[in-house]
Design a protein around this ligand. Structure first.
Ligand code: AMP
Length: 398
């Protein structure tokens, strides 16, 4: 059975065709600059590549290109769309409405529409993707939606409420929802597989450290807290997002610079974080290199990154009254041994002991704590697309 996984952004569409018999990726690609001009790149597992420019006014035209690239031309991998059993879409915001993945129906589409207010750019793009898919693949083609925050829906109110006037929660659903849930779910499921037992009775912290970063506290296999909030801006310093700051700093700067809400939003999301502090880049590797070249602001940005992760991690240890396992994932978590050892340096009070040889080994998936460590520390590469494909297959097989 083959599943097509789709991730639509406001001007992009990423796809992966996954063969579920061995969970391998057969082909993947990216349609970019939708609504501007249009670029398509596709790659196959056997090493074929094709990139071309084509007009992509909307996500529907992008879907036509996905279809074309799969069934004809340089990157052809299947004879017809009949070989694809279903499409699984990533949806960023499921609000408090969706607690699990589900088949696309008119009711589900209305539900996603009703959440546009909470994630205007993302949910609009996902809906355009769903409509484009219906138009190109046909109305009866099964589609599934997998929500980025569904895994976090087990958080208790004391974790997800903001101490703002209650009416904003009641009338406008302002609360913490969390993001990267599909990644946190994949990594915690994989941990359970590695351990060979369920996470019942276990306390786990997953550190998803990438361009966007979040930490999640998981007790008995269920999320009890996560660092991102109403939007992916909350938490700790990220590539170009600020993470948690005193809210008064925001109103102060907005007044000072006479910024509109949109300009302030861009400042917090696109000009802050590692980029804002270092002035160099939002990319961790660039900032680290600048630090090694003697750039003091880059050094400060890196110090803040390690410090803030350790602080949030410590708060989750407190929230769960302990931790049994810590997992690192995503671009920085999977590849930066320095980040892992710096974050774990201040966890000796928990009995965390890192095996630096294992930590510096380049491996896909590895335990990096010593046999004597009281906490098991793992590097587990994330795979959100596979999680989406698995959910999709499970739903259509029902
Ligand atoms: P992601 O958003 O998960 O794709 O992660 C992107 C981030 O991972 C960027 O900040 C990269 O600089 C960082 N990254 C990727 N590879 C490495 C590496 N080998 N060492 C350190 N950071 C890396």
């Amino acid at each position: 059975m083959k599943i097509l996984v789709i991730n639509c952004g406001s001007s992009s569409l990423k796809y992966q065709l996954i063969d579920m018999t061995d969970e391998s990726v057969i082909a993947k690609g990216l349609c970019e600059r939708i609504g501007i001009d249009g670029q398509v790149t596709c790659k196959t597992a056997d090493g074929r590549k094709h990139a071309y420019d084509v007009d992509l006014p909307t996500h529907t035209e992008a879907f036509y290109e996905v279809k074309k690239s799969l069934i004809e031309g340089a990157c052809k991998v299947i004879d017809s769309l009949d070989e694809i059993a279903a499409v699984g879409h990533r949806v960023v915001q499921g609000g408090a409405l969706f607690h699990e993945s589900c088949l696309v129906t008119d009711e589900v589409i209305s539900g996603i529409e009703s959440l546009i207010e909470l994630a205007p750019l993302h949910n609009m793009a996902h809906l355009q993707g769903i409509h484009g898919c219906t138009e190109v693949f046909g109305k009866d083609f099964p589609q599934v939606v997998v929500f980025d925050n569904a895994f976090h829906s087990t958080m208790p109110p004391k974790a997800y409420m903001f101490a703002l006037p209650y009416k904003y929660y009641e009338e406008h659903k302002v609360r913490k929802y969390g993001f990267h849930g599909t990644s946190h779910r994949y990594v915690s499921n994989r941990l359970s597989e590695i351990l060979g037992e369920s996470l019942e009775g276990k306390k786990v912290i997953v550190c998803h450290l990438g361009n966007g970063s979040s930490l999640t506290a998981i007790q008995d296999g269920k999320v009890i807290d996560t660092s991102m909030g109403l939007t992916p801006l909350d938490g700790f310093i990220m590539g170009s997002r600020c993470g948690a700051v005193d809210p008064s700093a925001i109103t102060y700067i907005q007044d000072l610079e006479k910024l509109t809400t949109g300009q302030m939003d861009a400042l917090l999301n696109k000009k802050s974080g590692l980029l804002g502090i270092s002035g160099v880049s939002s990319d961790f590797r660039d900032v680290l290199k600048a630090k090694h070249d003697g750039n003091e602001r880059a050094a400060l940005a890196i110090d803040m990154f390690f410090y803030q992760i350790t602080k949030v991690l410590g708060s989750y240890v407190a929230a769960m009254n302990g931790v049994d396992y810590i997992c690192f994932t995503a671009g920085i978590g999977e590849n930066s041994s320095l980040t892992r050892s710096e974050v774990c340096k201040n966890l000796t009070y928990l009995g965390v002991e890192i095996d630096e040889e294992a930590n510096s080994t380049i491996a896909e998936e590895i335990k990096i704590s010593t046999e004597n460590s009281k906490v098991g520390v793992y590097v587990i590469p994330t795979n959100e697309e596979l999680m989406i494909a698995r959910d999709t297959m499970a739903l259509i097989s029902k």
